[in-house]
Design a protein around this ligand. Sequence first.
Ligand SMILES: Cc1ncc(COP(=O)(O)O)c(C=O)c1O
Length: 407
Amino acid sequence: MTSALPPVAENTSQSIMDLEREHLLQNYARYPLAITRGKGCYVYDPEGRRYLDFITGIGVNALGHAHPRIVRAIRDQAARLIHSSNLYYHPYQGKLAKRLAQMSGLERAFFANTGTEAIEGALKMVRAHGHAIDPEKYEIVSLENSFHGRTLGALSITGQPKYRTDFEPLLPGAKFVPINDVAALEAAVSEHTAGIVLELIQGEGGIYPLTQEFAAKARGLADHYNALLVADETQCGVGRPGTYFAYQRSHPVILPDVMVAAKPVACGIPLGFIMANEKAAAAIKPGMHGSTFGGGPLACRVALEFLDVLDELLPAIQRVGGYFHLKLNDLARKHALVKEVRGFGLMLGMELAIPGKQIVLDAIGEGLLINCTHETVLRLLPPYIATEKEVDQAIRILGKLLSKAAA
Ligand SMILES: Cc1ncc(COP(=O)(O)O)c(C=O)c1O
């Protein structure tokens, strides 16, 4: 006997939007779209319209929607144990930590729930590391145009005034240098520096990859001044660049001391994590950090399932990502509005000569979900299961919209 589900059909797009407008904090400038279900690379609105999802909840739904292995893992684990707290052990944190250590080359894990929470933990690690050497060693160097999250610590090292100004004063000791400016980095780092925090591919800032030279200089300076090098892989990590982590794209690999990641790792179940080498991990002693929800059995079990699938998908991410990049470059040649295409794997950005918001809105009308970051950069974060067929569909729509925008 099947039990009847409550009638969700009464939710029209309009009724969903109206109710939110009345009762929610008005902090989000949402696009005029309500989503009620998804399958594979597509999501559906309450009226049954279908959209190709090439933004994946800002890089979260790595296996698209309703992936059978993820659904099975969630169902099975939900029926066993959803939450147990960090007062006790459960079988999946240790397994996931071991797996992530093998993937990252960093030995110890801490589990949080989001990117910004993972960054907060990393900042505490950096501060404690510096403090143990000298209380004056508390400065953190990060990059202009960076984004590290919305909590006060993360905002303190986020190099975009529009996110910070309303909340100042923030943490003292934050210094910002322009991306890929080796001389500026050299000038900013000193014996007062406790940590250097980098996104190997800036996401929110407009899909800007760091050069190998710059990343290597950051590694060298961190070693020289006994500071911790932190890679924020929240957006650019966990398979999206075609390697497990973006710092693994360089040859030889420039290994950070600390890495944080989040978004795709549990395919939509909130999970963030810090990986640290023994030196950085030693800064956090018993009682110095924690999280009620972080690393719960449901999230960790789902992450383990996802990582099994990811191993099979990495070659496809590289192949389809390369194909997408090529096709976007074709568009750039045909449309003068496109200034540049940037990114790696399935993390791509198309910089326009005009603001991108209207194109994003028009794309929704054409059944394609993307977004715009930094005013003029169309950001494309497709699911890892996307194939050339879905890429072709997205390219057709983008080509049409670029022609319209130029008219
Ligand atoms: C590089 C980077 N760090 C941190 C964050 C914050 O992550 P969350 O929104 O999960 O707190 C983001 C979110 O977009 C990000 O892109």
